[in-house]
Each structure stands twice: as structure tokens, then as C-alpha cells.
Design a protein around this ligand. Structure first.
Ligand code: DX5
Ligand code: ZN
Length: 220
């Protein structure tokens, strides 16, 4: 099985040195830079907005994987696209017309992802799967880093892998929350090809980042 793409979540970086942290995690082998945007309304935490994404953009050439946990969502898509997001992932619960939101992301020239909360079934994608570029399986309830992996999501990853393969399209299957070396392996075995990792990427400080990412890729 190919090594998964690793998308370190900068939520676990040192916010006082964010640009340096992005440079360091990029140099350490991150495939994507995962940006968790939270509004204190859709989820019970507030993080960063498009201004910070724009400021970080010159510090890495890797794709910015922007995970929006905000409601409403449609009024903010343009700002994140302009700030330099490459993939924009949205929660179906964050707006009344998710299909239209996906169309809007594509109209901005960006890749569109759908995030499924732990209780949201894979079936929700029946009439969306042919339109999207990425599925993000939330293996924790969104809002905070450092939570424990919810094991029931492995069944969902397995079901989504089958659904994606049936389309014949190159749709990424990414998992977010509670990823460590053990759960990373479980997710890739179930069919994931990209893993978000906050705590596990940034633990120990910059001198550990390369080893952290290599371990998540299963290289140790
Ligand atoms: C949770 C975020 C995650 C989170 C991952 O709402 O979407 O990206 O930061 O953090 P860890 O890897 O620490 O569980
Ligand atoms: Zn995330």
C-alpha cells in the first residue's frame, strides 16, 4: 500500500511563530498544509481567518488544505480562495445547499472537499460523490486538536473507499482527528490515502517533525 499523504494541522503549531512553523513542517516532509478554520458558532472554538491564510501562503508551495468549520459558509468561500486555499473542505451541516456550495468552490477554481462528522453517514454523499475532489472523514467531533480517535469511523472509511472506487475518479479519502502511528495504519488499511495530523506532527518541536511525519507514513 502506498504511503499516505500527511497533512499536518497547524492548529497544533506554535501560533506565535506560525510562518516558521509552516516552513519547518513543509521542510520536514508535509504533503499538504491543513488549516482548521473555526468560528465559535459552528464549532465551539475560534481559530483563524483568511487574513492568516494569506499571510502564510508565501511560506510554503505545498497545497493548502483548508477545512472550514464555519456557518454560514457561502459568504466566505471567495475570501479563502483569494487567500490561497487549494482545497476547500466544507461540512454539509454548515449551509442549506451543499451541492451549490461545491459548485461555488469549483467556480472559484479550487478543489472541493466534503467533511463528514462522526455521526454523519457516508450515504449523504450518494448524490455528491461525482462532484467532489475529496472526502474528509472526521474521526473526532470537530472543534479541538488532541482528541481520541473514534474507532467506528474505520467502517465509514471502508465504505467510502468502495464508493470512491466505483466512481473511477481520483477522489482523495482523508481522515482528520486523533491520528497517531497506530490509527494512521488502521486508516490506510481501511482505504484512506491522506491523513490530517496535528498533535502527532508537531509534538516535540521542530527537531522532531521529520521523524514524526516519517512515522505517520509508516516509514519506521
Ligand atoms: C478538529 C480539526 C483537526 C484537529 C486534528 O476539528 O479538524 O484537524 O486539529 O488534531 P489532532 O491530530 O491533534 O487530533
Ligand atoms: Zn481539520
Amino acid at each position: 500500500m502506498a504511503a499516505p499523504l500527511i497533512a499536518p494541522s497547524i492548529l497544533s503549531a506554535d501560533f506565535a511563530r506560525l510562518a516558521e512553523e509552516v516552513r519547518a513542517i513543509d521542510a520536514a516532509g508535509a504533503d499538504w498544509i491543513h488549516v482548521d478554520v473555526m468560528d465559535g458558532h459552528f464549532v465551539p472554538n475560534i481559530t483563524i481567518g483568511p487574513g492568516v491564510v494569506k499571510a502564510l501562503r508565501p511560506h510554503s508551495a505545498k497545497p493548502f488544505d483548508v477545512h472550514l468549520m464555519i456557518a454560514p459558509i457561502d459568504p466566505y468561500l471567495e475570501a479563502f480562495a483569494a487567500a490561497g486555499a487549494d482545497i476547500i473542505t466544507v461540512h454539509p451541516e454548515a449551509g442549506p445547499h451543499i451541492h451549490r456550495t461545491v459548485q461555488a468552490i469549483h467556480a472559484l477554481g479550487k478543489k472541493a472537499g466534503i467533511a463528514l462528522n462522526p455521526a454523519t453517514p457516508a450515504k449523504l454523499l450518494d448524490y455528491l460523490i461525482d462532484e467532489i475532489d475529496l472526502v474528509l472523514v472526521m474521526s473526532v467531533n470537530p472543534g479541538f486538536g488532541g482528541q481520541s480517535f473514534i474507532t467506528s469511523q474505520l467502517r465509514k472509511i471502508d465504505a467510502l473507499r468502495k464508493m470512491i472506487d466505483k466512481t473511477g475518479r481520483p477522489i482523495h479519502l482523508e481522515v482528520d482527528g486523533g491520528i497517531d502511528v497506530l490509527t494512521a495504519r488502521q486508516c490506510t488499511d481501511a482505504g484512506a490515502d491522506a491523513l490530517v495530523a496535528g498533535t502527532a506532527s508537531f509534538k516535540g518541536g521542530p527537531s522532531c517533525y521529520a521523524a514524526n511525519i516519517a512515522a505517520l507514513k509508516g516509514a519506521d
